[in-house]
Design a protein around this ligand. Structure first.
Ligand SMILES: *Cc1c(COP(=O)(O)O)cnc(C)c1O
Ligand SMILES: [Zn+2]
Length: 415
């Protein structure tokens, strides 16, 4: 059996190492733990080995802490989603260099969360957990419930009670337990942390709580894939939506790893973060030149991004500052416009998080923070069909006529 290159968990705060096990906080300082690798083992991975792998995230298994043996995987085989050249969108927003949209709605449950769930649940099964769970803003619950159904393992997902119907139904259909909490995501997350400490939940894997270090690694595949799809090189600029901020930090980690192990040439890249006006604690800290992320009570339509107390916020700030990027926010009206602009110029119908990211890219160009002459990748992480409310009343039939040529003529459709 091929061994993983992962060696331990390491505290992101104080550097204390911990064995690979289901633990997410450092016993020394309560800082978050992250998977650490044997860099020499990683450096033996070749492009050819990856290219010969399956057409999904598992082609990057040698760079992940789990799943080296296909038989151990708990997965819907997400990944290798389209990287779409978006010239018309670039023209519309004043970008003169190539613009790409990474369309991660093209995953089995239609968001990037399938990547992190496949990684976390593969780890969870290896550790002997017998039930799968999560604290979710919607897409994560959808993915955990679907993975559990495929694996034949019971699931219990926890969500705020006021999520979009499209997120609740696409989760509940898989038949697991769905617990709607009368509170915000941050309340849900706190409760889930408490539940992990109880006897009843001892054998329950909360993908983003006790399995969080393994969960987070799955996000790296969104960095690897873009680099491979560009012909094994890094883009100059990336724009990424932020909830906990984890995805942004892991795309950065993936780019740095690829350079370190020699799979792509070293090149400068800048990381940009997108939040909504109703939940912008990470962006606010950046604007205030502060290290402290002040939690907020989220509002607004971008519910998948509504984490008021973002676990990886500090590290997202660090990535953006180190690479010379920036963060912006978008209000609900701008989010709706962003969804429509992306759809009309690329044929991609994104959820509200995609609207946030498009609107933020537009602002970054207008303010001069993002270089309009440098190649840019925009991450669109979820599917518009799950957040139909965002465009309801704004789009619909452009004509309604009787089924006759005369009616078509009267409506101006023919001479
Ligand atoms: C969860 C989510 C994100 C952000 O994820 P974090 O890693 O928590 O920052 C972005 N987009 C969508 C659609 C999501 O569901
Ligand atoms: Zn620590």
């Amino acid at each position: 059996m091929v061994e993983s290159a992962a060696r331990n968990l390491v505290c992101r705060n104080c550097g204390t190492p911990v064995p690979l096990r289901p633990q997410h906080a450092c016993f020394e300082c309560f800082g978050p733990l992250e998977v650490g690798y044997d860099t020499e083992a990683l450096a033996r991975v070749t492009r050819a080995e990856i290219e010969a792998g399956p057409h999904n995230i598992w082609r990057y298994a040698p760079l992940l802490p789990v799943g080296q043996d296909p038989a151990t995987r708990v997965t819907l085989d997400p990944g290798m989603t389209p990287l779409v050249r978006a010239d018309a969108l670039a023209d519309a927003i004043g970008l003169r260099a190539p613009l790409w949209v990474k369309d991660d709605s093209a995953n089995p449950t239609h968001s990037f969360k399938d990547r992190v769930v496949s990684t976390a649940l593969t780890a969870a099964r290896g550790f002997g957990f017998t039930r799968f769970a999560c604290a979710s803003t919607g897409n994560l619950a959808n993915s955990v419930a679907a993975h559990a159904a495929r694996a034949g393992v019971p699931s219990m997902v926890f969500i705020p009670y006021d999520l979009e119907a499209g997120k609740v139904l696409t989760t509940a259909v898989y038949g697991g337990d769905v617990v709607a909490i009368e509170g915000s995501y941050d309340d849900v997350n706190r409760l889930c942390s408490e539940l992990t400490e109880t006897d009843e939940f001892e054998k329950t894997a909360f993908v983003n709580v006790n399995l969080r270090p393994f969960y987070a690694e799955g996000s790296k595949t969104l960095g690897y894939e873009v680099a491979e799809q560009l012909g094994w090189r890094l883009p100059a600029q990336v724009v990424i939506p932020m909830a906990s901020g984890e995805l942004l930090t892991k795309v950065d980690k993936a780019f740095a790893e690829l350079v370190e192990i020699g799979l792509v040439p070293a090149s400068d890249y800048r990381v940009f973060g997108a939040q909504s006006r109703g939940c912008n604690p990470i962006a606010t800290a950046l604007w205030n030149d502060s290290e402290d992320i002040v939690p907020v009570k989220p509002t607004g339509i971008a519910k998948s991004l509504n984490i008021g107390d973002p676990a990886a916020g500090r590290y997202a700030l660090e990535s953006v500052r180190r690479t010379g990027g920036w963060m912006e926010d978008a209000d609900d009206e701008e989010i709706r416009e962003g969804i429509q602009l992306l759809a009309a110029t690329t044929g991609i119908f994104a959820e509200t998080a995609g609207g946030v990211t498009v609107a933020v890219l537009r602002k970054l160009i207008a303010s001069g923070r993002l270089d309009p002459d440098a190649e840019t990748v925009l991450y669109s992480t979820g599917e518009g069909l799950k957040t139909l409310d965002a465009v309801e009343g704004r789009v619909g039939p452009t004509h309604r006529i009787k089924p006759s040529l005369r009616a078509a003529r009267e409506a101006g459709l023919v001479e």
